[in-house]
Ligand binder design. Structure first.
Ligand SMILES: Nc1ncnc2c1ncn2[C@@H]1O[C@H](COP(=O)(O)OP(=O)(O)O)[C@@H](O)[C@H]1O
Ligand SMILES: [Mg+2]
Length: 285
């Protein structure tokens, strides 16, 4: 076990336990996948947007919801300027349909916009609004990706609780891994999840992600058990290499998959979409 993953990260006292209804919105309709992380800035929004484009290309009907309400920036990455946002829906100013717009990759988005700082606290109203929105959109899509905030705040945990599957994005940096470990532990204890899925972003070498995932798994096996008594299972879904084309696409506010479809990171995203479709979705072709 690496020092970075040793206790005190295994300290239960450090784990806030807000009352979250696990998988509250699970049911028929779209598969809801939360894209989350322990640490911020690891690539959740980049992965959500480009994975959405790759799944759309495969024929899936995709919606990405900017669930990082306090620090929303999916609109920035996609170069969209929504007239109506989730804020208008939450306040009853606009119907939900008006806030759903088409992104350049052909998928739908529901953007939070920057006016939603007040939603960084989880109040009963925010919960209800969130649930209503999820319930209204799921019948119309095959997959809904929730681009969540980082960490284990109650808003993040609530948005993750709406998803049946969780994709944890982590980078090989020790700080990202210890924070991912903390988040996974909370998901095991509080949401009673038996597994989460891992994507290692900004990997330096092929094979890094698998090694990192199995190292994290060893720590979980020792220190975290789920309700059933088994340890939380990490499922490695893929790696995305560190690629200068990513920063370039973000600077130009373009989807990587559209700007440089042949670059290493684009190919890795396409592979991830393939794996997600084959394991979690009904193939459309
Ligand atoms: N695979 C990658 N290669 C190079 N840079 C990356 C990669 N993934 C993400 N980045 C950089 O990290 C920044 C933060 O990514 P972002 O998706 O906004 O993180 P998060 O949503 O987790 O806060 C991006 O703007 C981009 O510059
Ligand atoms: Mg983000």
């Amino acid at each position: 076990m690496s020092d970075a993953l040793s206790p005190p990260f295994n300290n239960p006292a450090a784990t806030p336990v807000p009352p979250v209804p696990p998988f509250a919105a699970a049911g028929p309709g779209a598969r809801i996948i939360a894209v989350t992380s322990g640490k911020g800035g690891v690539g959740k929004t980049f992965v959500s947007a480009n994975l959405a484009a790759a799944l759309t290309r495969r024929g899936q009907r995709v919606l990405v919801l900017d669930a990082d309400l306090g620090l929303a920036n999916l609109d920035v990455v996609l170069n969209l300027h929504p007239k109506v946002t989730l804020h208008d829906v939450f306040t009853g100013k606009s119907p939900l349909q008006d806030a759903i717009i088409q992104a350049p990759g052909g998928f739908s988005v529901l953007l939070a916009g920057s006016g939603m700082v007040e939603y960084s606290r989880l109040t009963p109203e925010v919960r209800n609004q969130f649930l209503n929105v999820i319930q209204e959109i799921t019948p119309n899509y095959d997959v809904v990706l929730l681009d969540t905030g980082a960490g284990i705040s109650d808003v993040v945990l609530f948005s993750v609780s709406l998803a049946s599957e969780v994709l944890i994005v982590a980078t090989p940096e020790p700080t990202s891994l210890t924070d991912a470990y903390a988040a996974i532990k909370v998901l095991a204890m509080q949401q009673k999840r038996q597994h989460v899925r891992m994507v290692i972003n900004q990997a330096a070498r092929p094979g890094d992600g698998r090694a990192i995932t199995s190292q994290l798994q060893q720590v979980l096996d020792r220190f975290v058990s789920t309700e059933s008594g088994r340890s939380m299972r990490l499922i490695h879904m893929g790696d995305i290499p560190a690629d200068p084309a990513v920063r370039d696409a973000v600077m130009r506010r373009q989807l990587l998959l559209l700007q440089t479809p042949g670059c290493a990171a684009s190919l890795a995203i396409a592979q991830l979409a393939n794996k997600i479709e084959s394991t979690l979705l009904v193939p459309t072709a």
